[in-house]
Write a protein that binds this ligand. Structure first.
Ligand code: URA
Length: 204
């Protein structure tokens, strides 16, 4: 993939010196569904793959519960390099990585993007409203020039720490197959106005 090669040559992330591997993202390049997380953690940095640690195993399990395999989706992160000690991504790191994420979205053309956690949700929607208020509520947005459904979800790492988050994440994920089914339906053409139709007599 051209973008992958270009990235290794040109990606000027400030985190380059401290990372082990760049985590490009992985999965089906024709996926209808993308998951976007925050940034690689220790396991991801070591393996060069997204969501392969504890949070990733939980994500796999929850996908399996709704009949979705990892091979069907594309999984990426806002950042491609691990922030030292898993600290929060800095604005300049997000700005460096975001154009590459947008190009992945343009290439894959998913029907829906599930944003995992606060950072991914705020970065993708461009809205400051936090995950607790928007999780489980699909929203229509123009992202990377595409009209997409964004479905914000709690981050699996938060679900590992809180049973409440886990229950919410699990319940919100059960809606994914139905949402995708809806999005597969062709958009209905607006009904044409009958030409020269007689006016209804409103008063009998
Ligand atoms: N958390 C993330 O946000 N992304 C990963 O790839 C792993 C953990």
């Amino acid at each position: 993939m051209e973008l992958y090669k270009e990235l290794h040559a040109e990606h000027g992330c400030p985190l380059k010196p401290s990372r082990t591997n760049l985590v490009f993202g992985m999965g089906n390049a024709d996926a209808e569904l993308m998951f976007v997380g925050e940034a690689p953690g220790r396991d991801e940095d070591l393996q060069g793959k997204p969501f392969v640690g504890r949070a990733g195993r939980l994500l796999d399990q929850l996908m399996e519960e709704i009949g979705i395999q990892r091979s069907q989706v594309f999984i990426a992160n806002i950042l491609m390099c691990r922030p030292p000690g898993n600290r929060d991504p800095l604005p300049e790191e997000i700005e460096e990585c975001k154009p590459y994420l947008m190009r992945k979205i343009q290439l894959i053309e998913p029907k829906m993007i599930c944003t995992l956690g606060n950072f991914a949700t705020k970065t993708i929607t461009g809205s400051p409203i936090g995950i607790t208020r928007v999780c489980g509520r699909p929203q229509q947005r123009e992202i990377a020039g595409l009209d997409l459904t964004i479905y914000p979800l709690f981050h699996p790492a938060a679900a590992l720490r809180s049973t409440g988050c886990l229950n919410d994440l699990r319940e919100h994920m059960t809606r994914i197959p139905g949402l995708l089914e809806e999005l597969r339906k062709p958009a209905e053409a607006p009904e044409a106005e009958p030409v020269g139709a007689p006016q209804l007599d409103l008063f009998g």
